[in-house]
Design a protein around this ligand. Structure first.
Ligand SMILES: *Cc1c(COP(=O)(O)O)cnc(C)c1O
Length: 369
């Protein structure tokens, strides 16, 4: 029997090859390799998805986060509150801006930044909160925003995993002052290389983002800010423009797979986060004891899996300078030891979902016996 891959980008390519090849060829033909009309069109369409006034296309999700901190004036001496269970880019971007990430734990039922932990992390230096919509499920933004308002803090969304997700009917990206997206190839909306974007409703912040992404140039060779080369490639804009039209259908496909898994796993009592209609299932993760054994058993049955993420940020060797230690964030630590991400992508058929679910069921049953 063939393997069930964790992700199959070639299956997606096959479904859009005609359109996407034509868009790439047109961009090459135009000679507009950096920004240009394809990127502008994508910015307009992606802002529409997020229902924001602005979208600024950049060269990665990390650059998007970096710009968001810079345009809010966050820098040396400032602190930004970040959940411990996320990808390392979330803290790295705070540090690129010269500020200090202050980690907090995540909620046991949602796996995103725990609003009840904010008070412990607050200091006179706190300037912003960076909730991360982990696995495509938006953080519980209402209490986070309320806390931010009470203390005069900015909320920036790390929406790198949450294209098209929503929280109480409002789109990810529109929930904070600025929303930051990644279009890394494996994300739900992925480029054919590196890419990212900042979205916002704030005209002045958008103007600053545009300046900083392109060398601080207000016009060619007149630099009014110390800027960066954070521009999106024309080819990535063309690819993303084509793929964005398919995103709503792909989200439907992801939700179909997730619902099918959910039905099987709820009967088994397997731990999952709260049900939320705004979830876009960038990752479908279960929590199981003896995770590594299950992972091996699934691999033996031809099923590839992932772990997002095996080490929380406070236990990453690179983050030793943040001053945290084991035991500081027990929920994140427990999740890191029990998370297992199962195959899930829009093209995955029902038979394969059932095959994975049955393999999980059998492996867990065998482990119990
Ligand atoms: C992917 C990701 C990023 C970084 O995006 P890049 O485009 O790889 O720079 C940041 N935060 C989270 C939560 C991510 O998943």
């Amino acid at each position: 029997m063939s393997r069930v891959p964790y992700l199959d980008l070639r299956a997606q390519y096959r479904s859009i090859a005609g359109e996407v090849n034509a868009a790439i060829a047109q961009t090459v033909e135009s000679g507009q390799f950096v920004l240009g009309p394809a990127v502008q069109a994508f910015e307009r369409d992606f802002a529409a998805l997020c229902r924001t006034r602005h979208c600024i296309a950049v060269n990665s999700g990390t650059s998007a986060l970096h710009l968001a901190f810079l345009v809010l004036g966050i820098g040396p001496g400032d602190e930004v509150i970040v959940p411990a269970m996320t990808f390392i880019a979330s803290t790295a971007a705070v540090e690129y801006a010269g500020a200090r990430p202050v980690l907090v734990d995540v909620e046991p039922g949602r796996w995103t930044l725990d609003p009840a932990e904010l008070r412990n992390a607050l200091s006179p230096r706190t300037k912003a909160i960076l909730p991360v919509h982990l696995h495509g499920l938006p953080a519980d933004m209402e209490p986070i925003q309320r806390f931010a308002d009470e203390h005069g803090l900015a909320v920036i969304e790390d929406a790198a995993q949450a294209h098209g997700a929503s929280y109480r009917g409002r789109p990810a990206g529109k929930l904070g002052r600025l929303g930051c997206f990644s279009f890394y190839p494996g994300k739900n909306l992925g480029a054919y290389g590196e890419a990212g974007a900042v979205v916002t409703d704030d005209d002045a912040l958008a103007t600053e983002c545009r300046l900083l992404r392109d060398w601080g140039a207000e016009q060619k060779y007149r630099h009014v800010r110390k800027g960066f080369n954070y521009r999106m490639d024309g080819i990535q804009g063309a690819v993303l423009g084509v793929k964005l039209r398919h995103l709503p259908g792909w989200i439907v496909g992801r939700r179909r797979c997730a619902a099918r898994y959910d039905r099987r796993f709820s009967a088994l009592g397997i731990k999952r986060p709260v049900d939320d209609p705004g979830h876009v299932y960038h990752v479908y993760s279960i929590c199981v004891p003896r995770r590594d054994e299950l992972r091996t058993a699934l691999s033996d049955r031809g099923i590839d899996t992932g772990i997002h993420y095996p080490i929380p940020l406070h236990l990453q060797p690179a983050n030793a300078d943040l001053g945290n230690s084991e035991g500081d964030f027990p929920v994140s630590e427990a999740l890191a030891g029990s998370f297992l991400s199962l195959p899930l992508y829009p093209e995955l058929d029902d038979a394969s979902v059932d095959r994975v679910a049955t393999a999980v069921e059998e492996a867990l049953g065998a482990a119990k016996a």
